[in-house]
Ligand binder design. Structure first.
Ligand code: BES
Ligand code: MN
Ligand code: ZN
Length: 484
């Protein structure tokens, strides 16, 4: 989709030559910012009960009198914030995406910031996204191919920047959704590695892919233990974006890349097990973020690490009670083979040390407990680093991709004690998202670190089942902030 902005005065709306005009309104029909032609139509719709100034409400008019545009969608926002604006835009695009409009212009009666522009770009890309890789019968692509945000002259610079950022984030989100939506027989560790290499080619990135032999030589006993039950070969992907001097310490992102999580010998129940194809959502979002960053070219270095494998039961699978030696040298008693994410991550986190990172963030669909704690709105943020926590908070605000800080007190470490190894891989059921983070913390002592548990946010279940592409927005904003 082509995103652009155009400087325009409210009086010019009536003459706007577009296929559809989206008008965001706040307050009521007496709003002086409403175009006079539109104000009459809206007041009439309110009187006849067809429209209300309430969040999510829209009014569709075909060939509205007094306007040049063939279609008009009026969408109510509760405030002038980017969040309220995005909600209204999503509702409006929901109306338009199945219609014939190609060029859509959006106008709002308030000052626009970069975050508003980004919100529009990401909302539009999300609205027209259609998974079709393994579904030839999927609905045809939406007709919308050009989106113009109308803005006042003083806002133009910020709007332009926001559009560019939004476009890059949207491309990253789309990549993440495409990868995560693919079934596990398509999206294998090898296919993830091939996609990373493809991204490297198209964006000038160095991409290394290690195989089982390499990983054995390094001594990644924890990662190998998870992979050993599957015939599908593991991959350890390392991709580099170089936007600053070589000696500048990189930001490192680590994404959990379990392309299917059956639970292993500690096998999961059958219901909804198909959704465990999304267990590489961390990897998908890290690659999506890499793509967004590579397009925006900030002055920083970024390393993305993805340990990718399947977690399956078989005659060669790791068993409960088995003890393995991680790359760090610490031994782990694998009490539950379904707590595999932390096992692949701990070796990747130790591997990250070699880059002498400025900071490391790992992203993982790690625990069902995190879904219980936070539901599907906030990703779980775990870090002992207050500065990183506030940067994440700011990134969440501006990207509209929220996260919530969770505790990491020493007391939660207790549960990981084992009589047979330096630690077990699970603790008590209660507070399970925190114990998982405490496990990872034992591998991150050498650098500044944060962990995002995206088990509740990486995909949706039910009729809207599918990957969300989160937290590409959050991560991209966080990474961009490291350039300053
Ligand atoms: N991939 C799952 C986490 C998960 C489960 C995400 C359900 C989203 C929905 C992870 O590997 C896992 O199985 N975690 C276990 C940990 C437990 C064995 C300590 C869990 O959450 O049940
Ligand atoms: Mn699991
Ligand atoms: Zn898992």
């Amino acid at each position: 989709m082509d995103f652009r902005h155009q400087i325009s005065a409210p009086e010019a709306l009536a003459g706007m030559d577009v296929d559809a005009l989206v008008l965001i309104v706040v307050g009521d029909s007496s709003d002086p910012a409403l175009d006079t032609a539109v104000a009459g139509l809206v007041a009439d719709a309110v009187k006849s009960g067809d429209f209300e100034f309430k969040s999510g409400r829209t009014l569709y008019l075909h060939r509205p009198a007094g306007l040049k545009a063939a279609r008009l969608v009026v969408a109510a926002a509760t405030a002038a914030t980017p969040k309220a604006f995005k909600k209204a835009v999503v509702a409006a695009l929901g109306q338009l995406k199945s219609l014939g409009a190609r060029h859509v212009a959006v106008s709002a009666p308030f000052a626009l910031t970069a975050d508003h522009a980004e919100a529009l770009a990401t909302a539009a890309a999300d609205a027209v996204y259609q998974y079709r890789h393994t579904k030839p019968s999927a609905a045809a692509d939406a007709a919308i191919d050009k989106l113009t945000l109308l803005c006042a002259k003083p806002d133009a610079k910020a709007v332009k920047q926001g559009m560019a950022r939004g476009q890059a984030v949207a491309a990253g989100v789309k990549l993440a959704r495409e990868l995560a939506n693919r079934p596990a027989n398509h999206c294998t560790p090898t296919m993830l590695a091939d996609h990373a290499k493809k991204l490297g080619k198209s964006h000038g990135l160095k991409v290394e892919v290690l195989d089982r032999k390499d990983v054995e030589k390094l001594g990644m006993g924890a990662f190998l233990a998870v992979a050993q039950g599957s015939d599908e070969p593991l991959r350890f992907i390392v991709a580099h974006y170089e936007g600053a001097d070589k000696d500048r310490p990189p930001v490192v992102l680590v994404g959990k890349g379990i392309t299917f999580d059956s639970g292993g010998i500690s096998i999961k129940p059958a219901a909804e097990m198909d959704e465990m194809k999304f267990d590489m959502g961390g990897a998908a979002s890290v690659l999506g973020t890499l793509r967004a960053v590579a397009e925006l070219k900030p002055k920083l270095n970024l390393v993305c690490i993805v340990p990718a494998c399947e977690n399956l039961p078989s005659g060669s699978a790791v068993k409960p009670g088995d003890v393995v030696t991680s790359l760090s040298g610490q031994t782990i008693e694998i009490l539950n083979t379904d707590a595999e994410g932390r096992l692949v991550l701990c070796d990747a986190l130790t591997y990250a040390e070699r880059f002498k990172p400025a900071l490391v963030v790992d992203v993982a669909t790690l625990t069902g407990a995190c879904v219980v704690a936070l539901g599907h709105h906030h990703s779980g943020l775990f870090t002992a680093d207050d500065a990183m926590a506030s940067q994440f908070q700011a990134a969440a605000q501006s990207s509209l991709d929220p996260c919530w800080r969770m505790p990491l007190d020493e007391e939660y470490d207790e549960g990981l004690k084992s009589n047979f190894a330096d630690m077990g891989n699970v603790g008590p059921r209660q507070g399970g998202a925190i114990t998982a983070a405490m496990f990872l913390r034992r591998y991150t002592g050498k650098y500044r670190w944060a962990h995002l548990d995206i088990a509740g946010t990486a995909w949706k279940s039910g009729v809207a089942k599918g990957a969300t592409g989160r937290p590409v927005g959050l991560l991209t904003h966080f990474v961009l902030a490291q350039a300053n």
